[in-house]
Design a protein around this ligand. Structure first.
Ligand code: 4FV
Length: 251
């Protein structure tokens, strides 16, 4: 997987190389992250990359010339790579979109700054727009890092041999089950006995039910789209009836 990141702050991406799964994938050549400094493509004496908006208004806009020159530079080397602008107007990043991006040979991630980029760049050069959430950042860099981190996890083998990105939050469409590790007792709190039983069938069922409860309590909206199995619905119905009984007593 190849990431070419077009940014005014290439040094920000050194954060991805300090450690963790992304660094490991880079070291194993499963992944490359090349930063391209957009300002290096500005041709005027002051190397200007932004200017005042036509029609007035506050803030500045990223100029088309240096940005398009930087995109051309990235596409020259890998014409098949998808050019993605990080912007609040983009498709909302979720696990499904992350999976889709991980199937690309490479991504050219364009990080905007100021109020945004000149519309003519979006019309002619941007192939996809992605948002990491409905809020406004000072720049696209952090959003680009989120995309790099989430997509890296989908690279086969990135998570280490035993684990795959298949059996986790959102890939099941449900929230993750609770995790426990040693010590067996921590400040008076223990660990559910079932997890020490060695009975993987019952442990699997316990985890599935814990995921359903977590999702019902915290993100019931996800239950609409989750790939539920028959046992799940029966379990949720039992839960529902128990809650009903409790509610009746409370009313
Ligand atoms: C953003 C987001 C985001 C908008 C103007 C950069 C900023 C500034 N990117 N998801 N939310 N971008 O707020 O991706 O240029």
């Amino acid at each position: 997987m190849r990431f070419s990141v077009l940014t005014l702050f290439p040094e920000m991406f050194s954060a991805l190389r300090v450690g963790g799964i992304v660094k490991r994938c880079v070291d194993r050549k499963q992944l490359s992250i090349d930063t391209v400094d957009i300002r290096a493509f500005a041709t005027d004496r002051h190397r200007t990359v932004d200017d005042r908006p036509y029609g007035g208004g506050c803030g500045m806009v990223m100029k088309p010339e240096p940005l398009v020159a930087a995109i051309r530079h990235a596409k020259e080397k890998h014409p098949e790579d998808r050019v993605v602008l990080l912007t609040p107007q983009g498709r909302l990043l979720d696990q499904g979109l992350t999976k889709e991006l991980a199937e690309c040979s490479g991504l050219v991630l364009v990080c905007g700054r100021y109020e945004g980029v000149d519309q003519r760049v979006r019309n002619r050069w941007i192939e996809d727009e992605i948002s990491i959430g409905d809020y406004v950042l000072t720049g696209g860099e952090l959003a680009a890092m989120v995309v790099i981190d989430a997509v890296t996890r989908m690279i086969p083998g990135a998570l280490g041999n035993a684990c795959s990105a298949e059996d986790e939050s959102f890939s099941t469409g449900l929230l993750e089950y609770p995790h426990y590790t040693r010590p067996r007792s921590f400040e008076g709190d223990g660990v559910p006995e079932i997890l020490m039983s060695g009975d993987h069938g019952r442990i699997e069922q316990w985890r599935r039910r814990a995921s359903l409860i977590e999702t019902l309590m915290k993100r019931p909206d996800l239950l609409q789209t989750a790939a539920l199995e028959s046992g799940d619905v029966t379990f949720l119905e039992t839960l529902y009836r128990e809650l009903e009984t409790i509610m009746d007593k409370l009313r």
